[in-house]
Design a protein around this ligand. Structure first.
Ligand code: AMP
Ligand code: MN
Ligand code: MN
Ligand code: MN
Length: 272
């Protein structure tokens, strides 16, 4: 059992980094990466106090863009002190703040004033993201559930979906590689690309220095893992797996993925 895609309350997850590690230890997970959105603050806060039996791999989930498409790249096994990475993360801090201001402005035009202050309070120091806006919208009776907030206001193609200010994919993959890490194309089927475009994305990712693609993210649909494994073979990419755990019973899966089904030598978990 391993898990190379998880979130803590340093971004949009519910558990603190140490609660997450304890849960991973209890679940018998041997190797874990905490991959918060655009921050390594959670990883850094626990990297010196990892429970016995768990190997904590440095991790992050970086927002970037491939043309107009927002893409997530997971970085694994990098040096957290790398100057290039630290600089990249500070650019992302600012991008997330600017985006939050834009989201709040658009929500105020939809009759929801005060969203910036509200979402910042929900985030309480964490890397701010759309889920914090969603929770604030529920708390203020603008919507009934967070799912509804995404469906009507924050999800793909809605007013709060702003994806034009992230660094580009090449630069993002380069930053991870320069920091001595391996770059993983996260949840390749969530971008809803045609097969041709997905192939083009993988080719660009490989050329940029990418190492692996996620063949399991949360609960894959029927045949999805097999489809992604052949995509990995076609582009000579390693495999990565993760729950995308955020909180109990929501969005991602529970912690831990069994890697027994994958051929020996194919997994990034054998390299980091
Ligand atoms: P952001 O990082 O600010 O772009 O927000 C994206 C995050 O929102 C994802 O990582 C998920 O945690 C969450 N998310 C995306 N879509 C949904 C949805 N339909 N319902 C609930 N949460 C979602
Ligand atoms: Mn998330
Ligand atoms: Mn993601
Ligand atoms: Mn994630």
């Amino acid at each position: 059992m391993i898990d190379f895609h998880t979130h803590s309350n340093a971004s949009d997850g519910a558990l603190s980094p140490s609660e997450l590690l304890n849960r991973a230890a209890a679940a018998g997970i041997k190797a874990l990466a905490l991959t918060d959105h655009d921050t390594i603050a959670g990883f850094e806060s626990v990297s010196d106090s990892v429970p016995l039996g768990v190997r904590l791999v440095s991790g992050v989930e970086l927002s970037c863009q491939w043309g107009k498409v927002g893409i997530h790249i997971v970085g694994l096994g990098f040096d957290p002190l790398s100057g290039g990475l630290v600089e990249h993360l500070s650019v992302l801090d600012l991008a997330r703040l600017r985006r939050a201001e834009m989201i709040a402005h658009r929500l105020s035009q939809k009759g929801m004033p005060g969203a910036l202050e509200g979402a910042m309070a929900v985030a309480s120091g964490a890397q701010i993201g759309r889920p914090h806006f969603a929770r604030w919208m529920v708390m203020n009776d603008h919507v009934k559930t967070e799912a509804e907030a995404f469906k009507r206001f924050l999800g793909k193609g809605k007013v709060g979906d702003i994806s034009t200010l992230w660094p580009d994919l090449q630069q993002t993959v380069g930053t991870i590689a320069e920091a001595g890490g391996l770059a993983v194309l996260a949840h390749p089927l969530k971008y809803r690309l045609t097969a041709t475009r997905l192939n083009a994305l993988c080719a660009t990712f490989v050329t940029a220095g990418g190492a692996a693609i996620e063949v399991i993210n949360g609960h894959p649909g029927p045949g999805e893992t097999e489809r992604l494994m052949s995509l990995a073979r076609a582009h000579q990419l390693l495999l990565s797996v993760g729950s995308d755990f955020h909180r109990e019973g929501e969005y991602g899966a529970g912690l831990g993925v069994d890697t027994a089904r994958f051929p020996s030598g194919s997994g990034i978990w054998e390299r980091v």
